[in-house]
Write a protein that binds this ligand. Structure first.
Ligand SMILES: [Zn+2]
Length: 215
């Protein structure tokens, strides 16, 4: 089906009562023609004089009409975005974009209301950029035999093991290690085994300290 704004607003109010005790603010819902997402929530952080986020404002929930999805999937997408809204609006600290708090709420809704919410939808660029926690990362940048550039964020206890593995890997032509606190690297899983995540080298360069050219 192709949802309308009126339909989504009615569903929003219903799920708000059913799953969130009516605690969510009524936020603008817009239709989008995007191919890159089915549902997306955007909002703006408001900071105090120290730069700490005190609340979030300007919530907008977008649902793409580009895909012909069954009604239940549109509803599940709407509820998924409503969980993001619930977390941001209440200032809940979560461990990741779809972290512990998100999953707990999702599980509760699935169990109590027989829904099939997932987090399998690919995180949008906005969602990834919103993860701004400062953590120490052991980053390995590899140039692959096929010319691509790849990133590996290693668990600190596995750096030596992964370094050795890459040295002997036919896939890896060369690699270099960096320490970084740039939250951009939060989007990569912490690897205990030698995994390679191909990235855009120009984008990567912006997130390596000093901006030196790597190769
Ligand atoms: Zn999400």
């Amino acid at each position: 089906m192709t949802p309308t704004v009126e339909y989504l607003e009615e569903r929003f109010d219903t799920f708000n009562r059913m799953c969130f005790d009516g605690a969510l603010p009524r936020i603008p819902i817009k239709l989008s023609g995007a191919r890159s997402f089915v549902g997306r929530l955007t909002y703006r952080p408001v900071r105090d004089w120290r730069g700490r986020v005190v609340r979030h404002e300007d919530f907008v929930l977008r649902i793409s009409t580009r895909f012909d999805l069954p009604e239940t999937e549109i509803e599940d997408t709407l509820i998924h975005e409503m969980i993001h809204c619930w977390i941001a609006f209440n200032g809940i600290k979560d461990s990741a974009t779809h972290g512990r708090e998100f999953r707990a709420k999702m599980k509760e809704i699935n169990t109590l209301h027989g829904r099939h919410l997932t987090i399998s939808h690919k995180s949008t660029p906005e969602e990834l950029d919103r993860d701004t926690r400062i953590r120490e990362h052991h980053v390995c940048v590899s140039r692959l035999a096929d010319g691509r550039t790849a990133v590996t964020v290693a668990a600190s206890t596995c750096v030596a093991k992964i370094r050795r593995a890459f040295r002997w890997s036919p896939t890896v032509r060369s690699s270099a290690w960096f320490e970084s606190r740039d939250p951009w690297f939060n989007r990569f899983p912490r690897c205990r085994t030698p995994k390679l995540f191909p990235v855009d080298p120009v984008l990567l360069q912006q997130h390596l300290d000093g901006g030196d050219t790597l190769w």
